[in-house]
Design a protein around this ligand. Structure first.
Ligand code: ASP
Length: 353
């Protein structure tokens, strides 16, 4: 009897031991298991983009570049890379293209220079970096990320930002790198029109109307969710044609042009920057999700179609939430945009449909 009880005791001990071991293993597996959801969404600017003003070749060129850019980020995410890397590399493809108002294709200031702005935010740590008014840094989005990772600051501007970029070994270019004939001609047209209107009308209206109504904005932005569940967002721009006095728009302002929070979503904006600053567009979308339990779709729609539109602002956002839901929302005629999910499904669009 005694040996039977001993045997029973050993058996029970053994089976409990095994069970605990199995439980532990599954817990370890669960925590180290990567989520399979990942997604990426981009924009190349919003504005008066009408089919009737677009040649087939130009439309095809935009679509091809959007597709090329988003596939770079998607491949990074698919291979288990970070959302930070995906956002940077995707934006760099667009910064290097003259098609978009960012990097190479930046618009001209009133003084016929190019002043570039960019920002980046990491949704896991809520760390952020931003740069305003640089004239000789090839990739402003890379600089924004460097400011986040290698400085004690969130935002640097002008000459100081260029010095920091040089010290960190980022690629510096001659300001003439940003010259494109198209953008230069746009500036001349806007200046001519503004001059005529200034002769007899309200100065402010002439300055802004010429800029806004006739400009296709063209800023670029990207939001990505990686397999670890981390959201990152970034935006890069040349600002607005004919800007002066060191004007800075929403693109480098965290909460206006860019925002990311793993608890809610990531957002990148494009449009008439002054209105996006006043509406705190990117943060407001996240706040609506956090405090009002709105879905991503409800939050983006509310902020763009109600709040921004009532104020008189034009433009749009791309946004992506922690579950991989995506939203394009804009109140202009068009927005260059694309998205890709974890099933490799690709969407590339320009006009309102
Ligand atoms: N938001 C940018 C700015 O105001 C312009 C744009 O999106 O194209 O500087």
């Amino acid at each position: 009897m005694k040996s039977f009880l001993n045997l029973l005791f050993v058996f029970l001990l053994f089976s409990f031991g095994c069970k605990n071991e199995t439980q532990n293993t599954s817990v370890v597996e669960k925590t180290s298991q990567k989520q399979s959801e990942f997604a990426i969404i981009i924009h190349g600017g919003a504005g008066t983009i009408l089919k009737k003003n677009m040649s087939d070749e130009r439309e095809a060129a935009y679509k091809a570049k959007l597709e090329e850019a988003i596939k770079v980020g998607h491949t990074i995410l698919k291979n288990g890379g970070t959302s930070q890397e995906a956002v940077m590399k995707t934006i760099q493809v667009m910064e290097e293209s003259p098609l978009f108002n960012a990097g190479k294709g930046a618009v001209f200031t009133h003084e016929e220079t190019n002043e570039l702005d960019a920002s980046f935010m990491d949704g896991k740590t809520l760390n952020a970096g931003a740069v305003a008014g640089v004239t000789n840094v090839k990739s402003p989005i890379e600089l924004a990320i460097k400011i986040m990772t290698d400085s004690d600051h969130v935002m640097l501007s002008g000459k100081g930002a260029s010095t920091f970029a040089k010290e960190k070994g980022l690629e510096i270019v001659d300001p003439s790198y940003f010259y494109t004939e198209n953008r230069f001609k746009s500036l001349q047209r806007i200046k001519d029109r503004a001059k005529t209107e200034l002769d007899h009308d309200d100065k402010k209206a002439a300055f802004y109307d010429a800029d806004i109504k006739n400009a296709k904005f063209g800023t670029v932005g990207c939001v990505a969710l990686d397999k670890d569940g981390n959201i990152a967002a970034g935006t890069s721009t040349g600002g607005m044609t004919n800007k002066r006095w060191g004007r800075i728009g929403d693109a480098p302002i965290i909460g206006s042009g860019t925002y990311a929070n793993n608890k809610t979503c990531g957002v990148s904006s494009t449009g008439w920057g002054e209105y996006f600053i006043r509406s705190q567009v990117a943060y407001d979308i996240s706040a609506k999700m956090e405090y009002q339990q709105k879905t991503l779709k409800e939050a983006t729609k509310d902020v763009i179609q109600n709040k921004l539109t009532k104020l008189g602002g034009t433009g749009g956002v791309v946004a992506l939430d922690k579950n991989g839901n995506m939203s394009f929302e804009f109140n202009t005629a068009g927005m260059y945009r694309a998205s890709m999910n974890n099933k490799d499904e690709l969407t590339v669009k320009i006009y309102k449909e």
